[in-house]
Design a protein around this ligand. Sequence first.
Ligand code: SF4
Length: 364
Amino acid sequence: MMLMHILLVEPKYYSQYPPLGLLKISAYHKMLGDTVELIHGCGLPKYKPDRVYVTSLYTWAWRPVWEAVRFYKAMYPKAEVWLGGLYASLLPDHAAKSGADYIHVGLFSEAEDLLPDYAILSESERWRNWDGSIVFTSRGCNNNCGFCAVPLLEGKINLAKRSIKHLIWPGHTKIVLWDNNLLQSPYWRDILSEIEELCRDRNMKVDFNQGLDAALITDEVAERLSKLRYPGRIKVRLGYDYKAKGKFVKRAIERLNAHGIKGRSIMVYTLYNYTDDPEDFFERVRNVLEWGACAYPMRYEPIFALEKNKYISPKWDPQRLEMIQKFRRIVGSGGILPPYNALIEKFKRAKCFDEAFSIWRKKQ
Ligand code: SF4
């Protein structure tokens, strides 16, 4: 078989994380003996590629993806251009109009269990100092939240791993878990044991990046979480998407508190602009603050949205959506609403959304 030169392209959209799928594809092709290059946006590679892989992220960030496909297709008409990633998997027909030769939907199964090629990040100005191993210990989720793309794309919990040590890059200091619902994995105890070991023996820190299911935070889970090391102030992220979930969120916070994970170490995503209305959202934020955790208002975007922040649900209006943004900017800290006394009091006294989210006036 002829060896190939592979070009991996991360389009020019904003992301906090390096393109994990491309790093796995890099590992796969290097295993076959191919040479691989990584480029951010549209640029000139060192060598002429035989195949180009372009990744994608949110559906609303499709323009830089099309731009990259067209750029490399025009520059290397003989190379096959493959387009994969989240946007391509959710909207393959739309993605096909980019001009890519092949649209890849879902995971690249040949590479799924390989150690991603983090070494290739040294070629990228943007990711040169990255030092976290990003790991999925499982895919999918057994819940069926209507606002979430996971059940649609990955189905119920599957591909659960009992061990993740082979996915940790030597020298990395962080483990970034991207599981959708780690605590639904049949092997969550084994995984937490390994993470405990990595924290203890290799001085690593863990980031449960996609949050933990509040309904599954038992005393045992809370105790085990309290023994781990974390890279930042936030240790546990939970979701409070609708009122009926409140009893689980409250119980989870109490259990975490009992094991020393308190206050600003807990962040609760509070979804809005979905099926809720402003008063429902206000109550959920008030609950979170009263329970002593940080609230992180999260605006709902339809799964297939091609434009960001355009959707307004029937029970919301542009003014109130803007009030939340302004409040987070002025009163919050990095968009987070922390449980400090003045804010808790403001929300306790407020009778409605408008009162709670109005900005304090200076005393004359
Ligand atoms: S629990 Fe989380 S991952 Fe699972 S469906 Fe709901 S939002 Fe998605």
